[in-house]
Structures are given as C-alpha cells and as structure tokens.
Ligand binder design. Structure first.
Ligand SMILES: [Zn+2]
Length: 575
C-alpha cells in the first residue's frame, strides 16, 4: 500500500454505503419490523437470527454473536484484510480510494503503484513485439496451437524478444528490478529475465499486471518461467486467468482450477470459460480462499497419472480449512495422457462441461483416496483410516459439512468419535458488556454506554456532568471518556462510523458488544431512556457516597470540611 486510508474517507464511505444493500447483495434479506433479517451467513441455522439495522448500519447475529459494520461484514464474509475490505467497499460504493502519504524515513518505502505501472507498460511492449517482425515465431506457435487472435488479445499475450536488454534499454532499471523483470548478476550487471518467450501477463483480481509467465517456443528448458516473488506478486496467493474470468462473469457458478496457462487459454477458446491456473505451485488455502470470494464451487482438475493424483490430494488437504458451509469442492481427474488443453479439443465444450458436472465430490474423493490401499473389512484397515482421516477432518471449520464428514468416517470405521469442536459455541462476550449478575450501578452504566454507541447525538445530555467521569468505576469511566471525546470531536452520524473509529483500540470489543445490548429501539424513546438512566445513576452514586460518609462517622472518623459540606448538601437533595 502506498499510504494510509484517510479517516475522513472511511467515515464518508460508511455514510455512502447502505449496509442493507451491501448485505442483501450477498445474503438475501427480509424486512422484519424496523430491521432486516436472514439466516446467518456465519453459522448454520434453520430460522433467521441474523439482523441488520439500516438506522445503525450494523448487523448482529443472536445465534453466533457475529456483529459489525459494512467493513466487518466484508472482512468476515470474504476473508479480507481491513484495507482490502475498504477497497472492495469503495468499489461497491463507486468512490475512488484516496491515500494519505505516510512518511516513514526508517523503512524504504515501496512505491507499488509505480510497480504496477511498469508491469503494465512492459505487457504493452510485449504485445507490440508479438505483432512486430520479431514476433513471427511466436505467432506461428500460437497458430500451431490453434489459439485465435481474439483469445490472444483477451489474455494480452505478448512476446519477449530474444535480446538481453530489450526492456533494459527502454524502462528504468530499478523499477524493472523491483518488478522482477531483470536478472542481476553478482558483478551488478543486469539483463532481461525473459528472452525469446511467449509471454502471459498475470493479473490480480483487480486486473493489475503483477507478473508474467513465459513459455519457450522450442524444446529448450525451462519450458515455463515465471516472475519471481516481488512486492506485488506472490505465487501462493495468485492464480492465472482470474481477472479475465471475472471480466466475463462477475460471479461464475463454478471455477475450474487447472495447472497450465495454455490450459486456461484453450479452455476459454473452446467455450469452457471459467478456468484459472495455479502458477507452478501447489494449490494453497490462500488460492482456495481467493477463489471462493467469487464462486460457491471449485472444481480442481488434475492429470490422471500418479503425480496428478498426488497433487489433487495435496490440494484437497490445503482446501479443507477453507471449507465452511456453502462452499463446495469437486475433484476432476483427467484420463491418462490428457491435459485440459488436449482434452477440450478432443471432446468439445459441451462434453467437457459434462465431465465437470460429473466430477467427484470432495467427500467421495477424500474417503476413496484414503481407503484406496486399505481393507475396511478388517480392524486394522479401519483403524488406519481413522488415524489418517481424523486429523484431516479436524481442519474443517465447524458446521454441517464437518459433521457430515465425521458421520461418514463413523460409518466407515464403525467407531463413535468425539468431535470436540461441535456444536459451535458462540464467542464470549467481553467482560464489560456482559449482562446480569452485576450491581445496579454497572447495569445503568452499561445502558448509558450502549445508548451512546447506538445514538451518538445523546452525548449532549452527558456534557458538563463531571460526576460521570469521577464517581463511576475506573474501567467504565475510561470507556465513557474516550467515547464522549470521540463523539465531541468527530460527531459520528451513526453507530457504524462511531465503532469504526475504535477498531484496533482496546475499547473496540466492549463497544461493539454494547451496540448489541439493546438491538431493538428503547420502548420509551432513546432520549427519555438515556436521561432517565443518567438520573438514576446519579442518585445511586449519591446514595452510595452518603452511606460511605455515614459509615465513616459511625466508625469514629472525622469528616473533612469538604465532606461535611457534601454530606449536608446530599442529605438535603436526597430527602
Ligand atoms: Zn450467526
């Protein structure tokens, strides 16, 4: 990231976006009273306990305790980091994202936008070269492989000329080095990494070029060469063809994961348009998480030989922790000697898609693979299956799918298993916000704090009430003080803006839990509730203080003049 996102932008973004629209585009909502409800997307349930408030711009699940604002929703639903969620939300709202320049002299600042720019420019350069006189052999190769001009254009295929300094003579040296486009020798001399290769620009999900794959045109080695890991390119997290796929279809019904660039290109050309490829690395959980942001189903496609079956199993192992309910994975093993490129040419799109539809369910594949060499008629075989399967299944997130997989294991092994994780336990509420069993004072204080979070404008009734900050218990006073200071300073227009301000501070969990304390609007109106609670709390505190002073007198201690004055005033007021 080239800078911090300005606070004001986050405030504006949360005001521009309607949380109801945002969530409704992911999970269909139904109106129910003042709020909107759905079955919770974060845990399994039959009747809806997930509620969204338009007024507060917050959601809350009464079943599992999930709660938050638009940013939290995207972070949880799509497994995003904070900044990614803000970026996606900005895209949803159609607001361009500004950056605050942060100056940190200690750490060298990587200018990522410059990295993206140079890679985009290099991709254009390669594209020109493919069309020019030096690209003749590459064009002939594409023709031989039956790649149409249209598809080559869609994937922006290019050609890296067979020269040592084709890039070096055109672009800035350091920018090329940062982007991984040069090889720097020990003596400091540098030369172009890709020479005489057909070039495949690799784009991230936002369509920015982040690296390249290059294929030789003859039989020399290595056949494929990829960009090295750079600040913008990580093979374990990115896949080839996703940006192009998303341009054709924002939410494909499934995504087919294959192993080669040419497979993606051939499949697309033949009409199987939802394929992506891993970048010469094993399928990782990060890959799986990335792809599940855009679809509900992944089909992992591997060669049918021994190496392919092993790769498929490793992919399944990596994917298990990502398999929360609603996500499906199937495994497709190709006939011996075929790759997706050759097979789609042989079968055609329709028959190929039929094969995809018939691909094995992950649950079937899992048990079939593990029990392939075991005899489940014997105790030993069943014990082995149990030992192999149980640690794997324990990686699956809590939910129906996990329960069903354990059920299947029980059937196969005839053993009752205790799965310690199920059923799901709701997350613990932070201390300060838990209800019940507390003194009347802390109950009132919680009510006051909760109303302030839900209706920030009520803060005006709490100004100049110094007793609030001096007489209540210190932990509550600290929360109240920072809450009032924030409201005075930022005047947040709703609870979402308010809570967002506290993210990453020690008070966040407490305040977020307070927001859920009274999910429905107070019966007597929030203003009356709030002032009533303040009055009650003031009276309780005064009574307690009087009792302390009386106790002091009883035990034979002398009151200071201030305490005496206080005692007289309190006595009168309390009468
Ligand atoms: Zn829930």
């Amino acid at each position: 990231m080239s800078g911090k996102i300005p606070r004001q932008f986050i405030d504006d973004l949360l005001l521009r976006v309607d949380l109801v629209d945002l969530i409704d585009s992911h999970v269909p909502l139904k109106k129910s009273g003042a709020n909107y409800t759905a079955r919770c997307p974060f845990h399994n349930e039959k009747s809806p306990s997930f509620s969204v408030s338009r007024e507060r711009q917050l959601y809350h699940c009464f079943g599992c305790g999930a709660s938050g604002d638009a940013i939290s929703f995207l972070m949880t639903f799509n497994h995003l980091e904070f900044v990614e969620a803000v970026e996606d939300l900005a895209m949803f709202a159609g607001m361009p994202l500004p950056r605050e320049e942060t100056f940190t002299p200690a750490a060298p600042k990587l200018d990522l936008s410059r990295g993206y720019q140079v890679l985009e420019a290099v991709a254009s350069f390669y594209l020109e070269q493919l069309k020019g006189p030096e690209g003749q052999a590459a064009r002939a190769y594409l023709l031989r492989r039956g790649v149409s001009e249209q598809i080559a254009g869609e994937f922006m295929l290019g050609y890296a000329p067979n020269r040592w300094e084709a890039l070096l003579s055109r672009f800035e040296r350091q920018a090329l080095i940062d982007a991984g486009m040069l090889v720097v020798r020990e003596d400091g001399k540098a030369y172009d990494r890709f020479r005489g290769r057909l070039m495949f620009p690799i784009r991230d999900k936002r369509s920015r070029v982040i690296g390249f794959g290059g294929r030789v045109l003859d039989d020399s080695q290595p056949k494929y060469l990829n960009s090295p890991e750079t600040a913008v390119f990580s093979k374990g997290r990115e896949v080839y063809g996703l940006a192009e796929l998303l341009q054709r279809q924002a939410r494909p019904p499934y995504i087919l994961v294959v192993e080669g660039y040419m497979d993606v290109i051939a499949l697309t050309q033949y009409g199987v348009t939802s394929a992506v490829a891993t970048l010469g690395t094993a399928t990782s959980k990060a890959h799986v998480d990335l792809l599940f942001r855009f679809t509900q189903e992944l089909v992992l496609c591997f060669d049918g030989d021994r190496a392919g079956r092993q790769a498929a199993w490793r992919a399944v192992e990596a994917a298990l922790p990502a398999l929360r309910d609603g996500r499906r994975i199937r495994v497709m093993l190709l006939p011996q000697g075929q790759d997706p490129d050759s097979w789609v040419r042989e079968l055609g799109a329709q028959a190929f898609e039929q094969q995809i539809a018939q691909a094995m369910l992950l649950s079937d594949y899992f048990f079939q693979y593990l029990s392939a060499d075991l005899s489940l008629h014997g105790v030993e075989g069943r014990a082995s299956l149990l030992a192999l399967a149980k640690p794997q299944l324990e990686k699956i997130p809590v939910g129906f799918f996990r329960d069903l997989m354990f059920g299947r294991l029980r059937e196969l092994t005839g053993k009752r298993l205790a799965d310690k994780q199920s059923p799901a336990r709701p997350p613990r509420m932070p201390q300060g916000a838990r209800g019940g069993g507390k003194s009347p004072e802390s109950n009132l204080l919680r009510k006051i704090l909760s109303l302030l979070v839900l209706y920030p404008r009520l803060a005006k009734h709490a100004v100049n009430q110094d007793w609030l900050l001096t007489d209540i218990e210190p932990a509550g006073a600290a929360v109240l003080q920072s809450l009032l200071a924030m409201i005075a300073q930022r005047q947040p227009e709703n609870s979402a803006v308010l809570l967002e301000y506290f993210r990453d501070t020690p008070h966040y969990n407490t305040l977020a839990a307070l927001a859920n304390l009274s999910w429905d609007a107070p019966a007597g109106g929030e203003e009356g509730e709030f002032r009533g609670a303040l009055t009650q709390l003031a009276r309780l505190l005064r009574e307690r203080r009087m009792a302390d002073l009386i106790e002091k007198v009883r035990s034979g201690m002398k009151l200071t003049p201030e305490e005496l004055a206080e005692f007289r005033a309190g006595g009168k007021l309390g009468a």
